[in-house]
Design a protein around this ligand. Structure first.
Ligand SMILES: Nc1ncnc2c1ncn2[C@@H]1O[C@H](COP(=O)(O)OP(=O)(O)OP(=O)(O)O)[C@@H](O)[C@H]1O
Length: 275
């Protein structure tokens, strides 16, 4: 286990990014551990995501998947270990600083402002990624607004909502709300998109539409993503690599072919699913 990073308050000791950060993995965790009282939710996790890779994290309930995502987005402080994004330690950063560096999380139910239009929602996401929170000076950042408008148009086009740009978000049908959620994440032009159970609570039709959308966006934007998902069919169809967590630890990782039929994985899903 790495002993640096600690409670996230030691930003001063964070090493500077290496000059050749482009050749580093996009995301790397080292000995990442999160304890809640006596419970170890993630235990010494070393996770690497290369640029352009699509990685799924699977594991039984309580395995630590959401905790891992919340550590990466800086919603939680690790107990031990480090998280490096583009070669730079992000432990100790505020969540919005991580967004500005290129990490976006989609399918957060609270991400939509219901009484704003589709376009306004996407614009706010693009602005927030550019400026941090909303405390920016409009006049000093005026030129950047052109970029934001252009980015918003491109994003709405990518998720198929350009025709509904003027619709209030609350009036969108459910499936389009999910499109807007992914649009909001994409408006920040993330280098890494994190998705935590994007199809939870969806009907089979909505699930299919969402998976199609992820496939589309994956091809169109060459997106790197980390997906937490229980639906194995989805996981096996859209992942380059699968990481299996059990009781906070990585117990297996590999291509869908390697993971399918892995006895340790079968065991972890006790009596479990046919992978
Ligand atoms: N804020 C918290 N306080 C205390 N314990 C927590 C907290 N968040 C998660 N846990 C515990 O940490 C463990 C891992 O939870 P986590 O939600 O990361 O698992 P998961 O793999 O995402 O599970 P699921 O598939 O059911 O969503 C669980 O035992 C959970 O009860």
């Amino acid at each position: 286990m790495s002993s640096d990073a600690g409670d996230g308050s030691d930003r001063e000791s964070t090493p500077t990014p290496t000059p050749d950060a482009g050749s580093e993995p996009l995301l790397q965790t080292h000995g990442l551990t999160k304890e809640f009282g006596g419970l170890v939710a993630t235990d010494d996790v070393d996770l690497t995501v290369e640029r352009g890779e699509r990685v799924s994290i699977i594991g039984p309930n309580g395995a630590g998947k959401s905790t891992l995502i919340n550590l990466i987005t800086r919603r939680l402080d690790p107990t031990e270990g480090d998280i490096r994004f583009k070669g730079e330690s992000i432990v100790g950063m505020e969540p919005h600083e991580v967004v500005q560096r290129g990490v976006s999380k989609s399918f957060q139910t609270a991400s939509i402002f219901p009484d704003l239009t589709v376009r306004e929602n996407a614009e706010i996401a693009a602005l927030a990624a550019e400026q941090g929170d909303f405390g920016f000076n409009f006049f000093t950042h005026r030129n950047k607004l052109t970029d934001v408008h252009e980015r918003t148009e491109n994003t709405l086009d990518a998720v198929g909502l350009l025709n509904q740009a003027h619709t209030d978000a609350e009036d969108l049908p459910y499936g389009d709300k999910r499109r807007l959620e992914i649009g909001i994440a994409l408006a920040a032009e993330p280098d890494l998109l994190l998705m935590d159970e994007p199809t939870a609570g969806m009907s089979p039709e909505e699930t299919k539409a969402t998976v199609d959308l992820i496939e589309e966006v994956k091809e169109e934007l060459g997106l790197t993503f980390v997906l937490v998902e229980h639906d194995m069919e989805i996981v096996f169809s859209i992942s380059d690599r699968i990481v299996v967590l059990n009781r906070g630890q990585v117990i297996a990782e590999g291509t869908p072919e390697e993971i399918r039929g892995n006895p340790d994985v079968q065991e972890a899903y006790l009596g479990g699913v046919e992978l």
